[in-house]
Design a protein around this ligand. Structure first.
Ligand SMILES: Nc1ncnc2c1ncn2[C@@H]1O[C@H](COP(=O)(O)OP(=O)(O)OP(=O)(O)O)[C@@H](O)[C@H]1O
Ligand SMILES: [Mg+2]
Length: 289
């Protein structure tokens, strides 16, 4: 599938300049989270994720995957340790700045979280409106993203007139309409059948290919093992496995069709050239206040 002009522009803008040192998109250093109830969400977690990576977070129920996601969107604060996103310590983002910070994140949930009384088009447009996008912005971006996600014919449907897979496509469209540099998906295929799940994963992979860093939490470790991507495994809040894509050097630039083949466990074709996508955190986030 060829990328659109808008995606190409996004990739161009996110590419690092030669010699430019760019911070990791995500850095967790000795991060622990103890809930008020006394439960441990995360225990001394240390890992970092580079720009442009596609990373799976795996682990049994209660292992800490959602805790990581919620810490990243600053819905929670850690009890100990340091979290940096694009080099910025999340402790330095005060509550007034949190909405600006979140503009840099696309978030996809297992249960879609769509607005039930808005159409597909309006669910996606709403994501632009809340970040200050005007009508012109909406006219320019919404049709594009609905095409990318294969929803052009469902524009006027309400969420309850869509299949589960289609609803998840809408939530991916909504998460990506601002072309955020970081996309987080917490069990995005948890409610979907295997073939529909592959479609959603292909969509996330396609987004990754435009330069956006993608982190996907999932239970489906069999599928993950086939994907030859970086896998961070959690158990009891601890990182117990972190397999870097270095092990699979040369991979990471499959077409979406090749990516789908991997997911199905079909033989994967030979690797091609790797691209070096970059970062795109907006001014509001970079500005210190
Ligand atoms: N709001 C909360 N209050 C108290 N404990 C919590 C809360 N949220 C999570 N926990 C606990 O923190 C631990 C990690 O939970 P988390 O939701 O991060 O796991 P998970 O890996 O996402 O699990 P699942 O695969 O079921 O989604 C669990 O022991 C859980 O009970
Ligand atoms: Mg969870």
């Amino acid at each position: 599938m060829a990328i659109t002009e808008r995606e190409a522009q996004h990739l161009e803008r996110t590419r690092a300049l030669p010699g430019e040192r760019v911070p990791d998109v995500i850095e967790f250093r000795g991060v622990s989270k103890r809930y008020d109830s006394g439960d441990t969400g995360l225990e001394q977690a240390t890992f970092s994720i580079k720009r442009g990576e596609f990373v799976f977070l795996v682990g049994q129920t209660g292992s800490g995957k959602s805790t990581i996601m919620r810490l990243l969107i600053k819905e929670l604060d850690p009890t100990a340790g340091i979290i940096r996103v694009a080099g910025r310590d999340l402790r330095d983002i005060n509550s007034r700045k949190v909405p600006y910070y979140r503009r840099n994140l696309g978030v996809v949930f297992q249960d879609f979280k769509l607005l039930p009384n808005r159409t597909v088009h309006d669910n996606v447009a709403y994501a632009l409106q809340v970040t200050g996008g005007g009508r012109k912005d909406i006219r320019a971006k919404v049709p594009d993203i609905l095409r990318l996600t294969g929803l052009s014919t469902k524009l006027h449907n309400f969420p309850d007139q869509l299949s589960g897979g289609e609803q998840q496509r809408v939530s991916v469209a909504r998460a990506f309409v601002n072309h955020p540099p970081l996309l987080l998906a917490d069990e995005p295929t948890g409610n979907l059948d295997p073939e529909t799940s592959i479609g959603i994963m292909q969509l996330l992979y396609r987004i990754n290919r435009t330069g956006t860093t993608v982190v996907v939490a999932t239970h489906d470790d069999q599928m993950v093992d086939r994907m030859r991507r970086r896998v961070i495994e959690l158990s009891g809040g601890r990182v117990v496995r972190d397999e870097h894509q270095g092990r699979y050097a040369g991979r990471g630039d499959e077409t979406t069709a090749e990516f789908g083949a991997l997911m199905r466990g079909e033989p994967a074709p030979a690797p091609r050239r790797l691209t070096e996508p970059g970062d795109l955190f907006d001014d509001a986030f970079q500005d210190e206040s």
